[in-house]
Design a binder for this molecule. Structure first.
Ligand code: ZN
Ligand code: ZN
Length: 306
């Protein structure tokens, strides 16, 4: 126990991030648990120091950070993920329908209705989680192909006959690994036999995508919210019973704030200008004490209107 040092804890942190692509919240939980364990070891004289002390633990704010895929990342990812059909189709279905990975992987052939274009999430953990999702055109195509080729009851069959796929995290990490960027600015996948087309024979990772499979759901939710989908509808589609839990998926980005302000300005400001007195210079004086209906409001000056 006493041979575990702070540097080991830091290595562990880096390893969890890289090898398991875990979210910051998981690392936070890991480190808190480890620290607690060391408190116990110290009490029993099995260790003298807590190696977690001094290690930077992701803050609560970092811990809930999610990754919303850009169109470019999405293209790059799925182009490479094609070689892993289950991962590819799972990711596409999540991006199209917003389902949880475990919900999509648990789909049976009988849950897919290609006449009414719906998928039934039937064994959800709550009443709200049990729902029917209208399939997009791409989802229909994926589901139709999988139904056609099915040899068992499962939409995502496992390796052994009659079983279903449980997890595709390993494949996801393979894709992220292949798409890691080298110091030569090319991707790892471009370094075939250790050598890149640019002549680089020394792959040194400078950046990589940091997202988990669950982020496909976050991306769906964010895109749906930004497209103007009512929050209550989005909650039903995501399988949430209340709106509060949906709000954590709805991250209003700077671009959408800007766009909404532009829309507001285009639609609303001219109206606002008409009755607030902030009109063109020539008419401002006449409108100074006029209300929205044009009637004079006695005793109400601009300085009193906040
Ligand atoms: Zn390189
Ligand atoms: Zn290169």
């Amino acid at each position: 126990m006493s041979s575990i040092l702070r540097c080991h804890v830091n290595d562990y942190k880096a390893w969890r991030r890289k090898e398991h692509a875990v979210r910051e919240i998981t690392i936070r939980h890991d480190l808190h648990a480890l620290s607690k364990a060391f408190g116990y070891f110290i009490d029993h004289n099995w260790a003298r120091e807590n190696p977690v002390r001094g290690v930077e633990i992701p803050s609560d704010k970092d811990a809930v950070r999610i990754h919303v895929l850009t169109a470019g990342e999405e293209m790059l990812y799925f182009d490479y993920a094609k070689r892993f059909p289950a991962l590819h189709d799972l990711g596409r279905l999540m991006l199209n329908q917003g389902g949880r990975p475990e919900e999509i992987l648990a789909l049976q052939i009988s849950d897919i209705d290609l006449v009414t274009f719906r998928m039934s999430i039937s064994d959800g953990k709550s009443k709200a989680a049990r729902r029917k999702l209208r399939l997009t055109a791409e989802s229909r195509e994926i589901c139709a192909r999988r139904v056609r080729e099915a040899k068992s009851d499962w939409l995502f069959p496992g390796r052994l006959p009659g079983t279903r796929a449980a997890k595709v995290n390993g494949r996801h990490n393979d894709v992220l690994d292949a798409l890691a960027t080298c110091h030569c600015s090319h991707l790892k996948r471009q370094h075939q036999k250790g050598k890149c087309a640019c002549g680089c024979d020394d792959f040194r990772e400078t950046s990589r995508f940091g997202f988990v499979i669950y982020d496909f759901r976050h991306t769906f939710a964010t895109r749906a919210a930004e497209s103007g989908m009512p929050v209550a509808t989005l909650a039903a589609i995501l399988g949430h019973a209340d709106l509060r839990s949906v709000m954590k998926y709805v991250h209003v980005r700077q671009e959408s704030q800007d766009r909404e302000m532009e829309l507001f300005e285009a639609k609303g400001i001219s109206e606002t200008q008409r009755w607030s007195g902030f009109g063109p210079v020539g008419t401002a004086e006449n409108q100074e004490f006029e209300g929205s209906n044009g009637n004079r409001r006695e005793g109400l000056s601009d300085s009193k209107i906040n």
